[in-house]
Design a protein around this ligand. Sequence first.
Ligand code: DAK
Length: 259
Amino acid sequence: MNTYTCIKTYIPKPGIGIVQLHRPEVLNALSLQTMIEIVDALQYFDNQSDIRCMIIHGSDKAFAAGADITEMSDAGTIDMLERDQFSRWEKIRLLKKPLIGAISGYALGGGCELAMHCDMLIASETAQFGQPEINLGVMPGAGGTQRLTRIVGKAQAMEMALTGRMISAYEAWRLGLVNRVVPVSGYLQEAIALATEIASKAPIAIRLIKESVLKSYSTTLEAGLEFERKNFYMLFASEDQKEGMKAFIEKRKPTWNNS
Ligand code: DAK
């Protein structure tokens, strides 16, 4: 694994790879280098056969306060185009293994968008989500108008993006943006517990479930059902399907071998 300056990586227990944003002096603002490192580390974990689930988190005070404004302030259109940030974000979208966001403090702008790239979110009671780009004279650029609208609905997404107003962790939970809200002392442990549970399941099925759920965002119901059905049939070619069903009949725990 490469060495990083804006993030830390660690494996708290077998099967779980964690990326921690680490730019406390700017509330984990997502500089170009930070995004390069996040993508590199997540892709590394995604390609390790012994890693089954990934977590991304920041500090208790800030998950990420958005893209690095200092770095963007003088940029022109061509600069933004050449930085090619979009293709980096796409690599996060295309990760094969589940990614859990453990969010505490600010998740703003690109920080909120990064959270929405995760498959599930555990929030601490202090988490605040927002798309404040309007206050800078711009607008969300990494899915904030699209993913947020699909998750919380048009009215709430409009209000958040048009006013820049933040919502609390409990509001985010009520709107379906986060899975659950826990005290700040326990949000990371809760994310690790969820990751541990997922890491104990059949890996190929986990991969195809993630792929199938995400497909529902980009296709019609009919095409999505067909996609799901083919993935379902495909699992009957795996040894893990044989093992899982045999173990049930023999009343024992299955042993997955990822094949
Ligand atoms: N960038 C750079 N520095 C930041 C920052 C940011 N986003 N957020 C905070 N900081 C810095 C502050 O400047 C301050 O630095 P010093 O003054 O100490 O040197 C330090 O972090 C602490 O911040 P504050 O003193 O402001 O702390 P407070 O607790 O008073 O306030 C705050 C916290 C989060 C409410 C406030 O810092 C704030 O409003 N921050 C800006 C939030 C924001 O507007 N975020 C959206 C940025 S635009 C794209 C993909 C994504 C994006 C764009 C393109 N492509 C795919 C093309 C995303 C765009 C954005 O996210």
